[in-house]
Ligand binder design. Sequence first.
Ligand code: SAH
Ligand code: SF4
Length: 368
Amino acid sequence: MRPATDIHAIIDRVENGSADIDDVAALLDSDAEADIFPLYERAYAAKRRSVGNCVYFRALIEFSNRCGKNCLYCGIRSGMTELDRYTLGEADIMRMAHWADEARYGSLVLQSGERHDPEFVAMVERVVQRIKAETKLGITLSIGEQTRQTYARWRSAGAHRYLLRIETSNPELYRSLHPADHSFADRLACLNSLRATGYQVGTGVMIGLPGQSLEDLARDIFFFRDMDVDMIGMGPYIPHAGTPLGQAAPPIPDVARRLRLTLNMIAVTRLMLPDLNIAATTALQALAPRGREFGLQVGANVIMPNVTDTEYRDGYQLYDNKPCRDENAGQCRSCLERRIASVGETIGYDEWGDAPHARRRLTEGAPT
Ligand code: SAH
Ligand code: SF4
């Protein structure tokens, strides 16, 4: 166990920007109470100072499980030939969006597998235009890699935030998680295109991947800093038994270790990059029933309640035992209100909840 003064000295370096990879890796490795108490206390204090104790909701609509890609870890990859594929109709998406607006969620995320055909691109554009015209909701997209033209079209239609995880900032590890025709360089280029087309950009990684080291995770946080992103959505890797990676019986750390690593990643990211939005993802809850609340207590400030009709949830199992399969949007809302109040946080109803980092960038007139 490290003396507590050491932990505080490392946290000081993270907060003042002088920490190196070894410092960050040491913090990520924290597990003893004498280490995690100061780490979480100071991360929570940093959150209170920079973004307050208000949690923002992003209503998540998983509008299609059709995907042209074949990521080796994902339960809706194109290779899952047995899976019934669905794409919600525009009327259904609009009904869910109106529900979120009336529930005062402030913002929504449209997420799906990746497709590039003109009908799909036009459908997303129309839906974004309608949500913009008919509701007060902020609009985030999470629809994978697209051309710059497509990103620009959807941006003009009214979407203003986009989530595209880098999955891991280590190109070698990235290669081991994807088929040969999926490219790390393309993913990176997409993140740059998103910024250039005026989005607030979110990225993130999976934590506890086979072959992933503490140093990889430490480098991921430096990657977030260097990419100057506005939002982070990261969560534990959870094997899906029907996928090649899930079947490879990989030497990933156990559940307790992955939960600890995920919380430590949130805490250290908050300390290094205090003015970002950081999500407590549903995958955290898959590891521990109170996983998302823990996430809020160590620095996260965004939650993405699923508002997709429950009949589609089985078709969108990115990983095994995804929580809230049977809870409809209304049940989910009251359950979340209780959970958030239980950790002394409030909910930013009716607010878009942009990260201070993004607001500052925009008001300073820096390139968006
Ligand atoms: N197709 C889009 C959005 C849907 S997938 C895209 O890929 O960006 C959204 C995220 O789910 C991915 O970025 C990945 O990080 C996560 N995911 C997929 N399979 C997972 C698994 N087995 N465990 C944890 N997260 C997973
Ligand atoms: Fe498709 Fe996204 Fe899953 Fe990859 S992670 S297979 S792009 S849905």
